[in-house]
Design a protein around this ligand. Structure first.
Ligand code: 3PG
Ligand code: MG
Length: 402
């Protein structure tokens, strides 16, 4: 991977630092329901404050289609952000560029913090407009990007702006890139990938890339049904993508030609419907009743994946194993989450997980803090697992910068 400048390479004393954050957090009735992204950003702000910088935080929020939308204002984030940095004041500019922003930023003294209104209130942000990037650049002397979870977007505050000012990765971006590099680029082998979720069709690129990288690939969730169907198994009324059978067979052939061992479910938890507390039972995978749905992997498969985890030194995990939001179909996901946590805590496994559902499942299992790294990125994490270059990462590279 390319080298990056970090905060250590920047002299920020007395300077205005434009800090690209991802404050795109879940908000309900004006209240933040999961502050993880804010809490993980705080150390970068604290470090900049400690060095006497004037910190100008900017972020997108939701998808306002390039015009102001009061329901997508960043105002409700002022208080949570202030709380995350020890109760310090956070000034607010009601527009992210122009006179309003200049006045607010101009009033900052070293060690003070301002938050700019939603970047996506301007069309130029998503268009990666050079003019919009220049308008942002007027507000800062240096640029720091701590928004890995938005790094798959070639937007002005992520791509164009990084080339206008001295740029560096913040501590969160650094940690995220270090974890992903340790998991996929320079891993300790054997490497196990555990991929679940609903559809093969949305993860074809990911599976193809992963097959070339890992020693073992365990596939679970409804997407496994598609592979089982392609292998001629009956999956009853289970969610599956029958039109993906050819693709599924090609993936399995690719795995065997690349020497990647594939673990597919050998048994399944089935029920008549996806309903809480439905009557569920485990059956061998070639005995799925025609009128039933596969809603989780069975105990034998949990054992197989558990054994693969014990052999592995590195794990990359994306996607739940079953319909984990609806107990009892959360069992396999919870058991595997706990096993991953145990092995990681015992120093036997480097574990990296990410994606919205996976993060929710790990939180439900109460083990988020016990993995090596849990990424709060959704789309960016997936695109990384597809082997794609992320614009926000490429823009920070030293030397071979675009
Ligand atoms: C996210 O929440 O996944 C990021 O903030 C990116 O948001 P977007 O999908 O609206 O670009
Ligand atoms: Mg998203």
């Amino acid at each position: 991977m390319a080298r990056f400048r970090t905060l250590d390479d920047l002299d920020v004393r007395g300077k205005r630092v434009l800090l690209r954050a991802d404050l795109n957090v879940p908000l309900k009735d004006g209240v933040v329901t999961d502050a993880t992204r804010i809490e993980r950003l705080a150390p970068t702000i604290e470090a900049l404050i400690a060095q006497g910088a004037k910190v100008v935080v900017m972020s997108h929020f939701g998808r306002p289609q390039g015009r102001p939308d009061p329901t997508l204002s960043l105002r409700p984030l002022i208080a949570p952000l202030a709380k995350a940095i020890g109760g310090r004041d956070v000034a607010f500019a009601a527009d992210c560029i122009g006179d309003e922003a200049k006045t607010v930023v101009g009033a900052l003294r070293p060690g003070e913090v301002a938050l700019l209104e939603n970047l996506r209130f301007h069309k130029g942000e998503e268009a990666n407009s050079p003019d919009f990037a220049r308008a942002l650049a007027e507000l800062g002397d240096v640029y720091v990007d701590d928004a890995f979870s938005a790094a798959h977007r070639a937007h002005a505050s992520i791509a164009a702006l990084a080339h206008l000012l001295p740029a560096a990765a913040g501590t969160l971006m650094e940690a995220e890139l270090a974890a992903l590099t340790a998991a996929l680029e320079m891993p300790t082998r054997p490497v196990l990938a555990l991929v679940g979720g609903a559809k093969v069709s949305t993860k074809l690129d990911l599976l193809r890339f992963i097959i070339g990288k890992v020693d073992t690939l365990a596939i679970a969730g409804a997407m496994a049904n598609t592979l089982l169907f392609a292998e001629g198994k009956s999956v009853g009324r289970s969610l599956s993508e029958r039109d993906m059978a050819d693709n599924a067979r090609r993936l399995l052939a690719l795995a065997s030609s690349r020497g990647c061992r594939v673990i597919l479910p050998e048994d399944a938890v089935v029920a008549a419907a996806l309903e809480p507390r439905s009557a569920a039972r485990s059956v061998p995978i070639d005995a799925v009743p025609e009128d039933m749905m596969i809603l989780d992997v069975g105990p034998r498969t949990v054992g197989l994946i558990g054994a693969a985890l014990e052999e592995a030194r590195t794990l990359v995990w994306n996607g739940p194993l079953g319909a984990f939001e609806t107990p009892p179909f959360d069992r396999a996901t919870m058991e595997i989450a706990k096993k991953v946590a145990e092995l990681t805590q015992a120093g036997k496994l480097l574990s990296v997980a990410g994606g919205g559902d996976t993060v929710a499942a790990l939180a439900a299992a109460g083990v988020t803090d016990q993995l090596t790294y849990v990424s709060t990125a959704g789309g960016a994490f997936l695109e990384w697992l597809e082997g794609r270059e992320l614009p926000g990462v490429a823009a920070l590279a030293v030397g071979d910068a675009p």
